[in-house]
Design a protein around this ligand. Structure first.
Ligand SMILES: [Zn+2]
Length: 216
C-alpha cells in the first residue's frame, strides 16, 4: 500500500526549458518528447489538476486509468507509478512526488456532474470536460469527446473507504508541492486546471499552477 511517501525532485527549476503559469480554470496542451521531464507545481495548495495523455504516434491510444491501476495493483498514483495507455503501453512514469497520492478514479468534472452532484442550476458552470474539449478541438485534429477517458486528478485526494466508497476529501497538497514525471515515449499532455467551485478537492477556490519541462 502506498503511504503518502514524499520524494523530492533532483532537477533545478532554473534549468527548465519551459516554465509557465496556468491560471485557475484554464486548459493547456503541450508535447513532451521521450526522456523529457514534466512538473506540475501546486502554487497555492489544494488545487486539482485534471490531466490526461495521448501517445503522439497513435493519438487514439490515450491514458487509461484501468490499465494503470491493474498493472500496479494499486488505485493511487505516486512515485514509481507507470502511467499506461489503453493498449497497455507505458507513456510516462512518476519520478518525484511531494504529496504521495493522486487520484485517477474520480474523473473530470463536467456539466453533467455539476447537475447531478450539486444542483440543476450548476449545470452551466465552467468545468474540466469543456476545457478538455476546447483544447482537443484547438490542438488535436480529429480527436473529440470520444477520445476523453477517465483521467488523472493530480493533487486530488479521493480516498476509498473500507466499504469501497469514494470520498471527495480535503486536498493533501500545500503551496509549493509538486509532482514530476518522465515521458517514456513522445506524448501529448492535456490539462484542465480545474475551475470547480462546488467540490472540496480544491478548497472551493481554484488557483494557478506552474508547469515546467526539462530536456532529456
Ligand atoms: Zn474539474
Amino acid at each position: 500500500m502506498f503511504g503518502l511517501v514524499e520524494k523530492k525532485s533532483t532537477l533545478k527549476l532554473e534549468d527548465a526549458i519551459y516554465d509557465g503559469v496556468l491560471e485557475a480554470g484554464k486548459g493547456w496542451m503541450h508535447e513532451l518528447k521521450e526522456g523529457q521531464r514534466f512538473m506540475i507545481l501546486d502554487m497555492e495548495g489544494n488545487q486539482a489538476v485534471d490531466t490526461t495523455f495521448y501517445d503522439l504516434e497513435t493519438p487514439e491510444d490515450h491514458y487509461s486509468a484501468i490499465k494503470t491501476i491493474v498493472a500496479q495493483k494499486n488505485i493511487y498514483l505516486t512515485t514509481g507509478t507507470i502511467l499506461r495507455a489503453e493498449s497497455g503501453e507505458p507513456l510516462l512514469t512518476i519520478t518525484a512526488d511531494m504529496t504521495g497520492r493522486h487520484d485517477t478514479l474520480g474523473g473530470a468534472c463536467s456539466s453533467q456532474s455539476n447537475k447531478v452532484r450539486y444542483a440543476l442550476e450548476k449545470e452551466h458552470m465552467h468545468n474540466c470536460r469543456d476545457n478538455f474539449m476546447q483544447q482537443l478541438a484547438n490542438n488535436m485534429n480529429g480527436l473529440n469527446k470520444r477520445d476523453l477517458a477517465p483521467n488523472i486528478n493530480f493533487f486530488m485526494n479521493v480516498p476509498v473507504t473500507k466499504e469501497g466508497g469514494l470520498k471527495f476529501d480535503d486536498g493533501v497538497s500545500a503551496p509549493g508541492k509538486y509532482v514530476e514525471m518522465e515521458a517514456l515515449k513522445d506524448v501529448m499532455v492535456l490539462i484542465s486546471n480545474c475551475p470547480q467551485l462546488n467540490n472540496p478537492c480544491n478548497a472551493y477556490n481554484p488557483t494557478p499552477v506552474r508547469l515546467l519541462i526539462w530536456e532529456a
